[in-house]
Ligand binder design. Structure first.
Ligand code: A3P
Length: 313
């Protein structure tokens, strides 16, 4: 997909005081009018948003959130693709170049809507910045997310024929890729204590899924009946999600347009580990990635341990 620098229609200056004009935003080529429509989007009072960078555990958290918001209707969750139950805002536009395929399904979705987006703070609907809607944000160690993104990109056809090391060479050839990702997370990290933001990480979910579930249920003020908890934990386990057709993005895959899509397939729920990159990348590549991430973090005055919530502050 061809990308270019895009300009948000306005900036969340009420939330974060920084030089927004110099914060570079990238988007799909010719997406300005779609982005403007997202900026001006009307929301319903009870909309809930899941915002993440790709491959950070979105699907995992989203499956939990949908069940929490829908009275633990496991039968419906197992019967209907996740993307239909809880749409990915920009998908229709990104894949089909058609804004209506993004906004249409949202218009007819019953409340409370759970909406997914990978857009950074400044490209989300400006109504969200008023802090009247709940937003759940999930971050993950970037190197794990990038490895995961590589395999997803191979399946979708974009990176078919490219090795993991070649992919890393490309994304690390400048600091731009890491900058885009780290700024995305850092902006939400800065908002983590706002009452309408719940910021967590893949690493926390792996360590204590039950604990994160309880915290989110308090955040959304939706208690979980004790008898649902065990079924919920089982439904959300790696093994169950791996074999569940509705959580493996088959609906999205069926719309993949790249000529190499599906030539080499990797499961969506693939490995699900923390630090899995360590046995997938060459040591020199890991060192290069760490150095790049460190440079970008320093510029943003934050550490990886902070963004991963490994260090309370
Ligand atoms: P890996 O490719 O490293 O395995 P997203 O939904 O944001 O695209 O994130 C996808 C990543 O989350 C994949 O990582 C996937 O395996 C992992 N994942 C999905 N469900 C999971 C679960 N129940 N437990 C652990 N990891 C899970």
């Amino acid at each position: 997909m061809e990308r270019e620098q895009v300009t948000p229609r306005s900036y969340p200056t009420n939330l974060i005081d920084k030089d927004w004009a110099n914060r570079k935003h990238m988007g799909k080529k010719n997406s300005q009018s779609f982005l403007n429509a997202v900026h001006d989007m009307e929301l319903r009072d009870d909309d809930v948003w899941i915002v993440t960078l790709p491959k950070c555990g979105t699907t995992w958290m989203q499956e939990f959130l949908w069940l929490l918001l829908n009275d633990f209707d496991f039968e419906a969750a197992l019967a209907t693709d996740q993307e239909i139950r809880t749409p990915f805002l920009e998908f229709g536009f990104l894949v089909h170049d058609d804004g209506e395929r993004s906004f249409g399904p949202l218009r007819v979705l019953k409340s409370p809507r759970l909406i997914k987006s990978h857009y950074p703070l400044a490209l989300l609907p400006s109504k969200l910045w008023e802090g009247k809607h709940k937003v759940i944000y999930v971050f993950r160690n970037p190197i794990d997310a990038w490895v995961s993104g590589y395999y997803h990109g191979v399946t979708l056809g974009f990176y078919y024929g490219k090795t993991l090391n070649q992919y890393f060479d490309e994304i690390l050839s400048t600091d731009d890729f890491a900058t885009e990702k780290i700024q995305h997370a850092h902006e939400f990290y800065q908002l983590r204590n706002k009452p309408w933001i719940f910021y967590t990480t893949f690493e926390r979910m792996k360590k204590d899924l039950r604990g994160v579930i309880v915290e989110v249920s308090r955040f959304l003020n939706k208690p979980i009946p004790e008898q649902q908890m065990e079924r919920l934990l089982k439904h959300l386990s790696f093994e169950e999600m791996k074999k569940n057709p509705t959580t493996n993005h088959r609906w999205e895959m069926a719309q993949a347009v790249h000529k190499n899509a599906g030539k080499e397939e990797h499961p969506f729920v693939r490995r699900g580990e923390v630090n899995g990159y360590k046995d997938e990348l060459q040591p020199e590549q890991i060192e290069k990635a760490n150095e790049c991430i460190k440079r970008v973090l320093e510029k943003n005055n934050v550490t990886l341990d902070e963004l991963l919530l490994l260090k309370d502050s």
